[in-house]
Design a protein around this ligand. Structure first.
Ligand code: SAM
Length: 295
């Protein structure tokens, strides 16, 4: 059952204000989730505007369908990876869009539902797949990948003790491979004791596994590249990131696009949530919104 899960969209007002340039245009919500941003966009758009909502996770697409029931053809939901967004646009015969939003990462549901294996607090299987038809799981990485690859992926996500953690994983699997998120959290705690800090010492290890399982950086780069030809002049790309690696990819990509001359930055600096929003929504704390416009 999924009825009790909720997800508060991050910076909905800012997204609507900065993304919408044509009130009757076609918009793409590339990370539909529970449709929070889609509903916000539709509330400021005119009756002829449409939102195409994409989510890789069939469970999220089904929830979004429920949450947008009654909106008729103002919303079209497509289940798929935004890395292939060009194929989706071609299939729908969509040529000119006014804006696209990428609200990166996973939904609150993914963390709250222990069985999906994303959470270091709710014990569950080491899964972490956004789309569960994907053959690669966190369990497989921790069980089969060599030390060097595990150390590398943890280090890339900014964990200074990647070597220690990777060695502990390899030693542990010689007797019994890690099977649950709780076991992984406990193993990291043995290497890096938890003293009640705001950020748990296993946070970067969990993030690195999620990013690797879902090839999130590849998807992001491809998603941006593939949507570019479908934007009208004056059309905008808005991206919300939740950690510095993702934000660096967006910042560098947007910088390159503006340098090439076809785009200009709408946000010179990333927009961040208000203090009120941060207080009301813990997930918003690390969010950054960057917006760019096609000239
Ligand atoms: C932060 S949530 C979006 C929440 C949404 N804006 C809302 O208001 O409910 C990110 C969503 O993107 C989806 N997602 C992650 N990677 C994706 C990808 N490569 N292609 C399509 N959807 C993806 C996740 O399944 C998740 O539902």
């Amino acid at each position: 059952m999924t009825e009790n899960y909720t997800h508060l969209p991050v910076m909905p007002e800012e997204v609507a204000r900065l993304l919408v340039t044509d009130k009757e245009g076609v918009y793409v919500d590339a990370t539909l989730g529970m449709a929070g941003h889609t509903l916000k966009l539709l509330s400021v758009l005119g009756p002829n505007a449409r939102v195409i909502g994409v989510d890789w996770d069939p469970e999220m697409a089904a929830i979004a369908a429920k949450n947008t029931a009654g909106l008729g053809d103002r919303v079209k939901i497509i289940q798929g990876n935004f890395a292939n967004i060009d194929e989706m646009m071609n299939r729908e015969n969509i040529k000119n869009i006014s804006g696209v939003l990428f609200d990166l990462g996973v939904s609150s549901l993914h963390f709250d539902k222990a069985l999906r294996g994303f959470s270091l607090r709710n014990d569950g299987p080491l899964d972490m797949r956004i789309n569960q038809t994907n053959p690669l799981t966190a369990y497989a990485i921790l069980r089969y990948w060599p030390y060097e690859q595990i150390e590398h992926l943890i280090r890339v996500c900014g964990e200074r003790n990647a070597g220690k953690i990777a060695r502990a994983i390899i030693t542990k699997r010689e007797t019994k491979p890690l099977e649950t998120t709780g076991e992984l959290r406990d193993l990291v705690e043995r290497v890096l004791p938890y003293r009640g800090e705001k950020t748990h010492p296993a946070t970067k290890t969990f993030l690195s596994l999620r990013v690797a399982v879902n090839y999130e950086f590849d998807n992001l780069t491809r998603g941006i590249q593939k949507i570019i030809p479908f934007l009208s002049k004056g059309g905008r790309i808005g991206i919300i990131t939740f950690h510095s690696l993702e934000d660096r990819i967006v910042k560098e990509t947007f910088k390159f696009m503006t340098k090439m001359g076809d785009w200009h930055a709408v946000t010179k600096k990333p927009v961040t949530p208000s203090q009120e929003e941060e207080a009301a929504n813990n997930r918003a704390r690390s969010a950054k919104l960057r917006v760019i416009e096609k000239i």
